[in-house]
Design a protein. Structure first.
Length: 417
């Protein structure tokens, strides 16, 4: 214990020279509750700490001595440290430590070498790891329709549930969905988009997912709504779908495809579309021009604990691989601000129901999702990652088929109203 005390004292002294943070670090000396006499060190001048880090295991020391977002996140997730305070203050503290540590070491970015195979089997395992936590768990902090992707805040102050419906309508209006058309939704989640497309736009829909939990609940919702004749939910890989489809949507799915497979992915979409079909790809992108990881180890944490095999392309890579896949980009819209707010809403809901959620899943899972939601809200807010909707169609079509302006996206399409 004495050596750990000395290590923490040395660490605090070194950091005090560079930062002034309302951060308290405590060493948990005995099992059970922390006694009032437990050693505590301050990293700044303050009356009450905004954040308290309690070191529960000496194995956490490397993360504190050379802090990165992934090392700090791992120490928290694995129970080596406890952190008390508002989640926003905790994230701000972690980023300050990581940025200062990176500056001391002479750099912030590190690029991982991706070796993911993205076979059907590995992709399904990765999807089920993330999405099959528990439908009830997701239902506690998502909106009632369980839309697990960036909402669209047209005015900026809408409730999350309203903004999620607006997002779906925004997508379906963009693709100019008409009654009777056949729509494929790649990565259909819990079925909200295909059900909306059938009910309000009169489309005939196929929704595919690799998540067993999503498949079961989406199918149940379709039956409950009496939409079996218009909506077909499948547990199916996108590489095994046969067409044709008049319209295709992909919302929050292509992040799982893999950088090396994007051209093939878009070629499959091209081949599934009718000659005059339209597609909208809605997905998270890297803000590094070379498709790099987010800085300070945030991407490594996500890869290890949240989205196995996830890979984010820069928007430039998206547009290039679309063209390689035979698709022409018609419209590109950034929704980065919208996702920052969406994640803030999710994180706030998660924090408000923290005690209940903690009883629903293992402690490690609860910690992972707590850090993930708040951390991603921070990343979108600070331009570490972004999100784009790209409307496209088969390349080589006549320009005469295109509208003169973007007015149709906002004035309403057939089926709206």
């Amino acid at each position: 214990m004495l050596s750990i005390d000395k290590a923490l004292e040395s660490w605090v002294a070194r950091w005090r020279q560079r930062v002034n943070l309302p951060l308290q670090v405590r060493w948990h000396t005995v099992p059970g509750e922390i006694p009032p006499t437990a050693p505590a060190w301050h990293l700044g001048a303050f009356d009450v700490p905004a954040v308290t880090v309690t070191v529960r295991d000496g194995a956490a020391l490397p993360a504190l001595l050379s802090p990165t977002l992934d090392s700090l996140g791992e120490a928290y997730v694995e129970g080596l440290i406890d952190v008390d305070g508002r989640i926003q203050d905790i994230l701000a503290m972690a980023h300050t430590l990581a940025e200062s540590g990176a500056a001391e070491q002479g750099g912030a970015w590190s690029r991982m070498i991706k070796t993911f195979t993205h076979s059907r089997k590995s992709d399904q395992a990765a999807i089920q790891y993330h999405y099959d936590v528990s439908n009830a768990f997701y239902g506690e902090w998502l909106d009632p329709d369980m839309v697990y992707s960036c909402a669209y805040f047209e005015e900026g102050d809408e409730p999350l549930a309203e903004a999620q419906v607006k997002k779906i309508d925004h997508i379906l209006t963009k693709i100019r969905l008409q009654p009777g058309q056949r729509l494929l939704d790649i990565g259909c989640g819990w079925g909200a988009l295909v059900m909306r497309a059938a009910q309000r736009f009169g489309a005939r829909c196929v929704g595919i997912t690799l998540s067993q939990n999503q498949y079961e609940l989406a199918s149940e919702r379709v039956r409950a709504a009496g939409l079996q004749d218009r909506v077909d939910i499948r547990l199916q890989d996108y590489r095994d779908v046969t067409g044709p489809f008049d319209r295709i949507t992909s919302v929050g799915m292509f992040e799982h495809v893999g950088l090396k497979h994007l051209s093939d992915y878009f070629r499959i979409i091209h081949d599934l579309l009718t000659p005059d079909g339209w597609c909208l790809n809605h997905g998270i992108t890297s803000t590094d021009a070379h498709d790099g990881e987010t800085s300070h180890g945030g991407g490594r944490f996500i890869d290890k604990y949240v989205f196995p095999q996830g890979e984010l392309p820069h928007i430039g890579t998206v547009l290039r691989t679309m063209q390689e896949g035979g698709l022409e980009a018609i419209d590109v819209e950034s929704l980065r601000r919208h996702y920052a707010r969406t994640l803030a809403c999710w994180s706030e809901s998660f924090e408000a129901k923290a005690d209940r959620l903690r009883q629903m899943v293992p402690e490690k899972t609860w910690r992972i999702w707590r850090v993930y939601l708040a951390g991603c809200a921070w990343a979108f807010e600070h331009d570490q990652i972004s999100l784009f909707q790209v409307l496209c169609r088969r390349a080589g079509r006549s320009a005469q088929e295109l509208p003169w302006s973007r007015r149709w996206m906002y004035a309403g399409a057939s089926g709206n109203g």
